[in-house]
Design a protein around this ligand. Sequence first.
Ligand SMILES: *Cc1c(COP(=O)(O)O)cnc(C)c1O
Length: 358
Amino acid sequence: MKQEIAFIQSEELKVKPKADSLGFGKYYSDYMFVMDYHSEKGWYEPRITPYEQLILDPAAMVFHYGQAIFEGLKAYKTADGTIQLFRPEKNMKRFNESCDRLCIPQIDENFLLKAIKELILIEKDWIPEGDGTSLYIRPFIFATEPYLGVRPSHQYKLLVILSPVGAYYGDQLSPVKIYVEEQYVRAVIGGVGHVKTAGNYAASMKAQEVAEAKGFAQILWLDAKENKYVEEVGSMNIFFKIKGEVVTPKLNGSILSGVTRDSVIQLLKHWNIPVREEKISIEEVFAAHERGDLEEVFGSGTAAVISPVGELNWNDRSIEINHQKIGQLSQRVYDEITGIQLGKKEDPFNWIIKVAQV
Ligand SMILES: *Cc1c(COP(=O)(O)O)cnc(C)c1O
């Protein structure tokens, strides 16, 4: 796509929030990227406009049949003022995989990445600089055609919005209590669990609400067919360290292929720590704990990077992992990935894409 990206200047800029009040997804920057799709025109009118409300037809197909997908990545500002992204091409590729599964027309991955870089440059002052902070980037696409017949929409909107975010857990990783879900499922093989579509989240909220009421922070999802094999934790991939070896569920069509998951696997291999992608049952996890072999459990995802699990509750059995303390390996992986993202550590894998130096 050789299109020029139009720029529409905002008349007034917002007051930026304080670095210690950021939280996650509470504030949005001054501008957003927008592009439209029509089956007769393809993707058209890419533009960076002031962040503003949208006008949509009440019959817009997204409201009725849920064609909506998204991505999540972050921009970082290093100590020397370099603005950089972490493996963004993986997000662009996954965005197109989500498009494909939801019958949404493909996007030009290079063009969208270029548009995101342009947007970030305009919004560079919105990248917070405190420890653990970053500018969260949320690209998304949804169906806009006003039509109530069931078929893929002929019209879509793609937007990218930016949100300055704080460290997920403050300045310390803190282990969380997890509820192993037996009644509800997140995704089925053959369904849409492997892509980032809004409906996956809608489907997960009931179980999350029930678990929260019982005092748990997140849910550990089991496979939908046998209710036996571990899939993911909340909206993160999951890792178990058992007797010095790391195991993570193998991608099976219902598990999301996390960029952080892939990075953790590559790092472990680089460190010569045995890591296997395979089916692992919740029974095996609890049995490993019985034997005293379950050393660490952690989730991985862009938002929190690494989220240690301190307690697992399954069928009224509760196990404590590593005395509810952050495991050594969890901490090491966290330090390494955030170190690379913030330019404090070597990047032997060429994961970093530099956007600019300011
Ligand atoms: C986004 C997401 C993840 C984590 O993916 P990352 O690319 O590491 O951020 C894991 N599981 C689900 C269900 C997700 O939506």
